[in-house]
Write a protein that binds this ligand. Sequence first.
Ligand code: UDP
Length: 325
Amino acid sequence: MILVVGGAGYIGSHLVKELVEKEEVVVLDNLSTGHREAVDNRAIFVKGDLGNVDDLLMVFRSYPIKAVMHFAANSLVGESVINPLKYYENNVAATIMLLKVMKRFKVKNFIFSSTAATYGIPHVDMIDETTPTAPINPYGRSKLMVEQILADFSKAHGLNYVVLRYFNAAGAHKSAVIGESHDPETHLIPIILQHLLGQREKVSVFGSDYDTEDGTCIRDYIHVTDLASAHILALKALLKGKKTAEIYNLGNGLGYSVKEVIETCEKVTGLKANVEMTDRRPGDPARLIASSQKIYDELGWKAERNLEQIITDAWKWHQRVSGTM
Ligand code: UDP
């Protein structure tokens, strides 16, 4: 049985939908940001807290867990600057608790959701796993701290783990049953689509004077279903004993500017956005593009879905939840 902590959240719930086809799954989630209805009903659901040792003991006693996939984290950069202790407590301290319980129950396989925010403002065009990490906010630091803890813990206690550093996760399940639902929403693609559905007056572009071709920030958008398939491959490699301590980037290898994302949304939906240029958002690097060559070479993974597919699937989901489809 596979334990998915944070399996009711955006990326976790998409992973669970794929994983239940292959494995028995138990989800542990406190529903602080996740949604109960997003968890596939073939998975067992336990409402509980990663930071609460009794909740963890109950799960590990009740189910024969052979691997843990850890998606449960707070992930808003701005909030992490205002409330850093929340990030160190929920992202770092709670993970230590989880590792202690895994050690006690001799569970040896672990997959950890990390982030491109561990790289900070890199000085290279394509970021690979050898690019130095230098996070510039508490969120990125909290994820890097866990990566470092995992390396030490693995050496001392023999944990096999894979860290996956996501770039810009986006899109929705092709069935339109689950998608990206944050409150408040801060991410570019959902904001544009909500605007095109009439739920927001306009789209603000945060900065048009960056050192990029059209002056707006460039990001590497990766379909959430492609992220899910990378987790499945990583899990397979761990369970076969092929990996002991690895870090992989997960991106498309292609960058799109904010303007290009807006144009693609207009193309997919056939609607015109009301766009205003505003000041830069603090802490935004101009360009973040992943090299995912390492995971392609070692596990055979590559992103299958491009930006248009990401937006097409996201649009279907947004239309469904707003009742226009
Ligand atoms: N962005 C924007 N307007 C918005 C939201 C985001 O211009 O309303 C920009 C943001 O500055 C960044 C890119 O879109 O350059 C992606 O931002 P998002 O918050 O989706 O992801 P992040 O890159 O911060 O993880």
